[in-house]
Design a binder for this molecule. Structure first.
Ligand SMILES: [Cu+2]
Length: 253
């Protein structure tokens, strides 16, 4: 019986010491205090009541079906697992008006259909309608919908008016994850912990929203930077902790 008490006491001591060491490490890696972070998380999905129709060879899209944006997304991308050909097109419709800007383009690898979005697009539900054409000249239609809801904007952390801002990758989240910056701001992402992280443009796994906005693996203390030269909302995630964990947005004003 005595030995049982001894084992229990030893176990308590060891777990207590372990807790103390863990706290110490957390303190050492915690980021320096930065701008106040919004404590609310914006709603990033909402049922539009519109049924998604996926065309043949559709893989992923951004905005994705039923996603919510606080302002107009910078562009719309749709990724396919088949080569695209001429005559493919995207419209971004609300109340019969196309809020797409300029022509639909096909990325160099021929798997992504892309169109810029007008940045004066008002709140509401938008239907992304697309026609995807293959080299054999057959074309296939699909659609999905997303929402612009500017009331979510108050839940983003305002970092406007700075030339450079930093987002920490720590405790398996981006912090702050939802930010607003001014045009031509350089955003730095710094990994503050031992887990390997990534900064990848949505959608997963095409990462096509902005092709140049994709980091290599970020180990502890590694930094990745991207300059936002265009206005709109930009969605991203960490491919190592997707889809549950690490997601974020950058709104550029
Ligand atoms: Cu991660």
């Amino acid at each position: 019986m005595k030995s049982l008490y001894f084992i229990l006491a030893a176990a308590l001591l060891i777990s207590g010491a372990g807790y103390y060491v863990y706290q110490g490490q957390q303190d050492k890696t915690s980021p320096p205090a930065s701008a106040p972070t919004s404590t609310e998380t914006p709603a990033t999905t909402k049922n539009t009541g519109i049924q998604q129709i996926k065309s043949l060879h559709f893989e992923t899209a951004s905005p994705d079906h039923n996603e919510v944006y606080a302002v107009a997304p910078y562009n719309v991308v749709i990724d396919f697992n088949f080569d695209l050909a001429d005559n493919s097109k995207i419209t971004i419709e609300k109340d019969g008006v196309d809020y797409g800007e300029g022509a639909t383009t096909i990325d160099p690898k021929e798997r992504t259909l892309r169109r810029l979005m007008k940045q004066n697009a008002p709140d509401g539900i938008y239907t992304i309608k697309y026609t995807a054409c293959w080299p054999d000249r057959s074309c296939h239609d699909g659609l999905h919908a997303f929402t612009i809801d500017s009331s979510q904007l108050s839940k983003y952390t305002d970092l406007t008016g700075k030339g450079e801002v930093t987002v920490d990758l720590n405790n398996l989240v981006f912090s702050p994850a939802y930010i607003v910056v001014s045009k031509n701001t350089k955003v730095n992402w710094i990994n503050r912990e031992s887990a390997t992280h990534y900064v990848n443009a949505d959608p997963h796994a095409g990462h096509s929203f902005v092709l140049a906005w994709n980091s290599d693996a970020l180990e502890r203390n590694d930094k990745y930077s991207f300059m936002f030269a265009n206005v709109g909302e930009f969605p991203y995630h960490c491919s190592a902790h997707y889809p549950e964990g690490m997601r974020g947005r950058v709104i550029v004003k």
